[in-house]
Design a protein around this ligand. Structure first.
Ligand code: UDP
Ligand code: MN
Length: 300
Protein backbone atom coordinates (compact mmCIF):
# COMPACT_ATOMS: atom_id res chain seq x y z
CA UNK A 1 0.00 0.00 0.00
CA UNK A 2 1.55 3.34 -0.95
CA UNK A 3 2.14 5.92 1.74
CA UNK A 4 -0.21 8.83 2.05
CA UNK A 5 0.98 12.18 3.28
CA UNK A 6 -2.10 13.71 4.85
CA UNK A 7 -0.23 16.88 5.73
CA UNK A 8 0.65 17.84 2.18
CA UNK A 9 -2.93 17.70 0.91
CA UNK A 10 -5.17 20.74 1.09
CA UNK A 11 -7.36 20.63 4.17
CA UNK A 12 -10.98 19.78 3.47
CA UNK A 13 -13.20 22.70 4.45
CA UNK A 14 -15.37 21.97 7.48
CA UNK A 15 -18.52 22.83 5.53
CA UNK A 16 -19.27 22.71 1.79
CA UNK A 17 -17.40 25.42 -0.05
CA UNK A 18 -19.31 27.93 -2.08
CA UNK A 19 -16.48 30.04 -3.38
CA UNK A 20 -16.92 33.81 -2.89
CA UNK A 21 -16.41 34.55 -6.59
CA UNK A 22 -19.41 32.35 -7.38
CA UNK A 23 -21.61 34.04 -4.80
CA UNK A 24 -20.47 37.58 -5.54
CA UNK A 25 -19.72 37.70 -9.24
CA UNK A 26 -21.39 34.48 -10.46
CA UNK A 27 -18.52 34.08 -12.91
CA UNK A 28 -14.79 34.39 -13.38
CA UNK A 29 -12.69 35.25 -16.40
CA UNK A 30 -12.01 32.37 -18.80
CA UNK A 31 -8.82 30.71 -17.69
CA UNK A 32 -8.64 32.73 -14.45
CA UNK A 33 -6.00 31.54 -12.01
CA UNK A 34 -6.32 32.35 -8.30
CA UNK A 35 -3.17 31.76 -6.26
CA UNK A 36 -3.61 29.20 -3.50
CA UNK A 37 -6.69 27.52 -4.97
CA UNK A 38 -6.01 23.83 -5.80
CA UNK A 39 -6.05 23.23 -9.57
CA UNK A 40 -8.55 20.96 -11.25
CA UNK A 41 -7.18 18.64 -13.95
CA UNK A 42 -10.20 17.84 -16.07
CA UNK A 43 -9.68 14.97 -18.51
CA UNK A 44 -12.15 14.98 -21.40
CA UNK A 45 -12.09 12.10 -23.87
CA UNK A 46 -13.50 13.08 -27.25
CA UNK A 47 -13.65 11.74 -30.82
CA UNK A 48 -14.42 13.14 -34.27
CA UNK A 49 -18.10 13.37 -35.21
CA UNK A 50 -20.63 16.02 -36.22
CA UNK A 51 -21.36 16.90 -32.57
CA UNK A 52 -17.74 17.13 -31.41
CA UNK A 53 -17.14 20.87 -31.73
CA UNK A 54 -20.60 21.80 -30.39
CA UNK A 55 -20.10 19.54 -27.34
CA UNK A 56 -16.64 20.90 -26.61
CA UNK A 57 -17.83 24.50 -27.09
CA UNK A 58 -20.61 23.94 -24.56
CA UNK A 59 -18.28 22.37 -22.02
CA UNK A 60 -15.58 25.01 -22.57
CA UNK A 61 -18.13 27.69 -21.77
CA UNK A 62 -19.02 25.90 -18.55
CA UNK A 63 -15.32 25.75 -17.62
CA UNK A 64 -14.94 29.48 -18.33
CA UNK A 65 -16.86 29.95 -15.07
CA UNK A 66 -14.39 27.91 -13.03
CA UNK A 67 -10.93 29.18 -12.01
CA UNK A 68 -7.72 27.13 -11.80
CA UNK A 69 -8.70 24.58 -14.42
CA UNK A 70 -6.30 22.67 -16.65
CA UNK A 71 -8.51 21.14 -19.33
CA UNK A 72 -6.92 18.03 -20.84
CA UNK A 73 -8.78 17.25 -24.04
CA UNK A 74 -7.74 13.83 -25.28
CA UNK A 75 -8.89 12.91 -28.76
CA UNK A 76 -9.39 9.33 -29.94
CA UNK A 77 -8.61 9.70 -33.64
CA UNK A 78 -6.10 8.66 -36.29
CA UNK A 79 -5.33 12.36 -36.92
CA UNK A 80 -5.92 15.50 -34.87
CA UNK A 81 -9.11 17.35 -35.77
CA UNK A 82 -7.83 20.81 -36.75
CA UNK A 83 -11.05 22.61 -35.72
CA UNK A 84 -10.65 21.21 -32.20
CA UNK A 85 -6.96 22.09 -31.95
CA UNK A 86 -7.76 25.64 -33.13
CA UNK A 87 -10.71 26.05 -30.77
CA UNK A 88 -8.66 24.94 -27.74
CA UNK A 89 -6.07 27.59 -28.58
CA UNK A 90 -8.67 30.33 -29.01
CA UNK A 91 -11.02 29.63 -26.11
CA UNK A 92 -8.98 31.31 -23.38
CA UNK A 93 -8.84 28.30 -21.07
CA UNK A 94 -5.64 26.57 -20.00
CA UNK A 95 -5.82 23.56 -22.28
CA UNK A 96 -3.71 20.52 -23.10
CA UNK A 97 -4.45 18.68 -26.32
CA UNK A 98 -3.57 14.97 -26.55
CA UNK A 99 -4.32 12.47 -29.29
CA UNK A 100 -4.29 8.67 -29.19
CA UNK A 101 -6.29 5.93 -30.82
CA UNK A 102 -8.31 3.16 -29.31
CA UNK A 103 -6.19 0.00 -29.81
CA UNK A 104 -7.19 -1.80 -33.04
CA UNK A 105 -8.36 -4.92 -31.19
CA UNK A 106 -11.07 -2.93 -29.38
CA UNK A 107 -12.10 -0.99 -32.48
CA UNK A 108 -13.25 -4.25 -34.04
CA UNK A 109 -15.60 -5.32 -31.26
CA UNK A 110 -19.25 -4.28 -31.14
CA UNK A 111 -19.28 -3.03 -27.56
CA UNK A 112 -16.17 -0.86 -27.33
CA UNK A 113 -14.42 0.45 -24.23
CA UNK A 114 -15.12 4.06 -25.26
CA UNK A 115 -12.72 6.76 -24.16
CA UNK A 116 -10.33 4.51 -22.23
CA UNK A 117 -7.16 4.92 -24.33
CA UNK A 118 -7.60 8.68 -24.31
CA UNK A 119 -8.39 8.87 -20.57
CA UNK A 120 -5.23 6.83 -19.94
CA UNK A 121 -3.25 9.35 -22.01
CA UNK A 122 -4.70 12.06 -19.76
CA UNK A 123 -3.58 10.13 -16.66
CA UNK A 124 -0.06 9.78 -18.11
CA UNK A 125 0.04 13.54 -18.68
CA UNK A 126 -1.04 14.15 -15.06
CA UNK A 127 1.64 11.76 -13.76
CA UNK A 128 4.28 13.63 -15.77
CA UNK A 129 3.12 17.19 -15.12
CA UNK A 130 0.84 17.62 -12.10
CA UNK A 131 1.89 17.88 -8.46
CA UNK A 132 -1.30 18.67 -6.59
CA UNK A 133 -4.95 19.48 -7.05
CA UNK A 134 -7.71 17.14 -8.14
CA UNK A 135 -8.42 15.08 -11.25
CA UNK A 136 -11.83 14.50 -12.78
CA UNK A 137 -13.00 12.59 -15.87
CA UNK A 138 -15.53 14.76 -17.68
CA UNK A 139 -17.04 13.32 -20.86
CA UNK A 140 -17.62 15.87 -23.61
CA UNK A 141 -21.40 15.34 -23.76
CA UNK A 142 -22.40 15.60 -20.07
CA UNK A 143 -23.92 18.66 -18.39
CA UNK A 144 -22.14 20.15 -15.38
CA UNK A 145 -23.25 22.58 -12.67
CA UNK A 146 -20.22 24.70 -11.80
CA UNK A 147 -20.86 24.29 -8.06
CA UNK A 148 -19.68 20.69 -8.42
CA UNK A 149 -16.21 21.87 -9.44
CA UNK A 150 -15.88 24.07 -6.36
CA UNK A 151 -16.64 21.16 -4.08
CA UNK A 152 -14.48 18.55 -5.80
CA UNK A 153 -11.50 20.93 -5.60
CA UNK A 154 -11.11 20.01 -1.89
CA UNK A 155 -11.08 16.24 -2.39
CA UNK A 156 -8.42 14.67 -0.12
CA UNK A 157 -8.60 11.11 -1.46
CA UNK A 158 -11.59 10.07 -3.56
CA UNK A 159 -14.87 11.97 -3.53
CA UNK A 160 -18.19 10.85 -5.01
CA UNK A 161 -21.48 12.52 -5.90
CA UNK A 162 -24.76 11.83 -7.74
CA UNK A 163 -24.98 11.73 -11.54
CA UNK A 164 -28.40 12.33 -13.10
CA UNK A 165 -29.88 10.61 -16.17
CA UNK A 166 -28.12 7.30 -15.54
CA UNK A 167 -30.16 4.13 -16.24
CA UNK A 168 -33.91 3.93 -15.80
CA UNK A 169 -33.48 4.94 -12.16
CA UNK A 170 -32.60 8.43 -13.43
CA UNK A 171 -29.61 8.76 -11.12
CA UNK A 172 -26.52 6.94 -9.97
CA UNK A 173 -25.44 7.96 -6.48
CA UNK A 174 -23.66 6.76 -3.38
CA UNK A 175 -26.08 6.02 -0.54
CA UNK A 176 -25.05 8.26 2.35
CA UNK A 177 -25.99 7.82 5.97
CA UNK A 178 -24.67 10.01 8.79
CA UNK A 179 -22.14 11.50 6.39
CA UNK A 180 -20.71 8.12 5.30
CA UNK A 181 -21.05 6.18 2.06
CA UNK A 182 -22.87 2.97 3.03
CA UNK A 183 -23.80 1.69 -0.44
CA UNK A 184 -24.67 2.62 -4.01
CA UNK A 185 -27.95 3.35 -5.75
CA UNK A 186 -27.46 2.47 -9.42
CA UNK A 187 -29.56 0.63 -11.98
CA UNK A 188 -26.70 -1.63 -13.03
CA UNK A 189 -24.79 -3.04 -10.06
CA UNK A 190 -23.52 -6.18 -11.91
CA UNK A 191 -20.24 -7.32 -10.38
CA UNK A 192 -19.08 -3.82 -9.59
CA UNK A 193 -17.59 -2.96 -6.21
CA UNK A 194 -18.14 0.74 -6.98
CA UNK A 195 -21.31 0.95 -9.13
CA UNK A 196 -20.83 4.58 -10.13
CA UNK A 197 -20.72 6.63 -13.32
CA UNK A 198 -17.51 7.98 -14.87
CA UNK A 199 -18.72 11.50 -13.98
CA UNK A 200 -19.48 10.57 -10.37
CA UNK A 201 -16.09 10.81 -8.70
CA UNK A 202 -12.95 12.94 -8.35
CA UNK A 203 -9.48 12.02 -7.10
CA UNK A 204 -6.82 14.04 -5.30
CA UNK A 205 -3.76 14.30 -7.55
CA UNK A 206 -1.26 13.51 -4.78
CA UNK A 207 -3.35 10.51 -3.77
CA UNK A 208 -3.27 9.38 -7.41
CA UNK A 209 0.49 10.01 -7.79
CA UNK A 210 1.15 7.93 -4.67
CA UNK A 211 -0.48 4.97 -6.44
CA UNK A 212 1.70 4.35 -9.50
CA UNK A 213 -0.28 1.26 -10.49
CA UNK A 214 -3.63 3.03 -10.59
CA UNK A 215 -5.09 2.61 -14.08
CA UNK A 216 -8.30 2.20 -16.04
CA UNK A 217 -9.10 -1.19 -17.58
CA UNK A 218 -10.32 -1.67 -21.17
CA UNK A 219 -13.37 -3.48 -19.79
CA UNK A 220 -16.76 -2.27 -20.98
CA UNK A 221 -18.96 -1.24 -18.06
CA UNK A 222 -16.15 -1.72 -15.55
CA UNK A 223 -13.91 1.22 -16.53
CA UNK A 224 -14.68 3.48 -13.56
CA UNK A 225 -15.06 0.57 -11.11
CA UNK A 226 -11.66 -0.82 -12.16
CA UNK A 227 -10.03 2.58 -11.80
CA UNK A 228 -11.43 3.25 -8.33
CA UNK A 229 -10.51 -0.29 -7.21
CA UNK A 230 -6.96 0.29 -8.50
CA UNK A 231 -6.72 3.32 -6.19
CA UNK A 232 -7.17 0.98 -3.21
CA UNK A 233 -9.82 3.12 -1.50
CA UNK A 234 -12.29 1.57 0.93
CA UNK A 235 -15.97 2.54 0.60
CA UNK A 236 -15.92 3.97 4.13
CA UNK A 237 -13.13 6.41 3.16
CA UNK A 238 -15.06 7.96 0.26
CA UNK A 239 -15.87 11.64 0.65
CA UNK A 240 -19.52 12.28 -0.30
CA UNK A 241 -19.93 15.70 -1.96
CA UNK A 242 -22.90 17.74 -3.21
CA UNK A 243 -24.13 18.20 0.38
CA UNK A 244 -23.87 14.53 1.31
CA UNK A 245 -25.12 13.53 -2.14
CA UNK A 246 -28.39 15.45 -1.85
CA UNK A 247 -27.82 17.51 -5.04
CA UNK A 248 -27.56 16.42 -8.65
CA UNK A 249 -24.88 18.63 -10.18
CA UNK A 250 -23.87 16.54 -13.20
CA UNK A 251 -26.07 14.76 -15.75
CA UNK A 252 -25.25 12.01 -18.20
CA UNK A 253 -26.86 13.83 -21.12
CA UNK A 254 -26.58 12.27 -24.57
CA UNK A 255 -26.73 14.26 -27.78
CA UNK A 256 -28.71 13.06 -30.76
CA UNK A 257 -26.46 11.74 -33.52
CA UNK A 258 -26.37 13.82 -36.68
CA UNK A 259 -25.65 12.39 -40.09
CA UNK A 260 -22.77 13.81 -42.12
CA UNK A 261 -23.92 16.86 -44.06
CA UNK A 262 -24.66 16.85 -47.76
CA UNK A 263 -21.86 18.83 -49.43
CA UNK A 264 -22.67 22.45 -50.36
CA UNK A 265 -23.85 22.58 -53.98
CA UNK A 266 -21.39 24.40 -56.21
CA UNK A 267 -23.32 26.83 -58.44
CA UNK A 268 -23.74 30.53 -59.10
CA UNK A 269 -25.86 30.98 -56.01
CA UNK A 270 -23.17 29.59 -53.69
CA UNK A 271 -19.78 30.20 -55.33
CA UNK A 272 -18.03 33.43 -54.36
CA UNK A 273 -20.15 33.70 -51.18
CA UNK A 274 -19.74 32.89 -47.50
CA UNK A 275 -20.68 29.32 -48.39
CA UNK A 276 -17.15 28.92 -49.79
CA UNK A 277 -16.06 29.10 -46.13
CA UNK A 278 -19.06 27.43 -44.50
CA UNK A 279 -18.62 24.37 -46.72
CA UNK A 280 -15.37 23.66 -44.90
CA UNK A 281 -16.98 23.95 -41.45
CA UNK A 282 -19.75 21.40 -41.86
CA UNK A 283 -19.13 17.80 -40.88
CA UNK A 284 -18.82 15.68 -43.98
CA UNK A 285 -17.94 12.44 -42.22
CA UNK A 286 -14.78 10.48 -41.61
CA UNK A 287 -15.62 7.20 -43.28
CA UNK A 288 -16.84 5.46 -40.11
CA UNK A 289 -20.39 6.64 -40.42
CA UNK A 290 -22.12 3.28 -40.20
CA UNK A 291 -20.46 2.92 -36.85
CA UNK A 292 -21.02 6.39 -35.45
CA UNK A 293 -24.59 6.89 -36.64
CA UNK A 294 -25.85 3.56 -35.34
CA UNK A 295 -23.88 3.50 -32.14
CA UNK A 296 -24.26 0.45 -30.02
CA UNK A 297 -25.10 1.65 -26.53
CA UNK A 298 -23.08 0.18 -23.75
CA UNK A 299 -24.22 -0.77 -20.33
CA UNK A 300 -23.26 2.44 -18.59
N1 UDP B 1 -15.44 8.50 -26.83
C1 UDP B 1 -14.19 8.30 -27.38
N2 UDP B 1 -14.05 7.38 -28.39
C2 UDP B 1 -15.11 6.67 -28.90
C3 UDP B 1 -16.38 6.87 -28.33
C4 UDP B 1 -16.50 7.79 -27.28
O1 UDP B 1 -13.23 8.94 -26.96
O2 UDP B 1 -14.92 5.87 -29.82
C5 UDP B 1 -15.60 9.48 -25.72
C6 UDP B 1 -16.79 10.43 -25.87
O3 UDP B 1 -16.42 11.61 -26.56
C7 UDP B 1 -17.21 10.69 -24.44
C8 UDP B 1 -16.82 9.38 -23.73
O4 UDP B 1 -15.84 8.74 -24.55
O5 UDP B 1 -16.49 11.77 -23.87
C9 UDP B 1 -18.00 8.43 -23.52
O6 UDP B 1 -18.59 8.12 -24.77
P1 UDP B 1 -20.14 8.29 -25.05
O7 UDP B 1 -20.59 9.62 -24.57
O8 UDP B 1 -20.38 7.96 -26.48
O9 UDP B 1 -20.72 7.12 -24.15
P2 UDP B 1 -22.01 7.13 -23.22
O10 UDP B 1 -21.96 8.34 -22.38
O11 UDP B 1 -23.17 7.17 -24.16
O12 UDP B 1 -21.88 5.87 -22.45
MN1 MN C 1 -21.86 10.31 -23.03
Amino acid sequence: MPQTSEKSRPAAPSKPVVAPYIQEKRYCKPGEWIEGLPPLYIVTPTYPRAEQLPELTRFAQTLMNVPNVVWIVSEDAPQSTQAIVDYLKECGLKTVYLRVQMPAKYQKVKNKPRGVANRLAGLDWIRANAKDGVLYFADDDNTYDIRLFEQMRWTRGVSMFPVGLVTKLGVSTPIVKDGKVVGFYDGWIAKRKFPIDMAGFAVNVQYFLQRPNATMPFKVGYEEDGFVISLGIKPAEIEPLAYNCTKIWVWHTQTKKNNPATPVVQNNATKGTNLDIIKNLIWKGNGNEAETTHKNKGVS
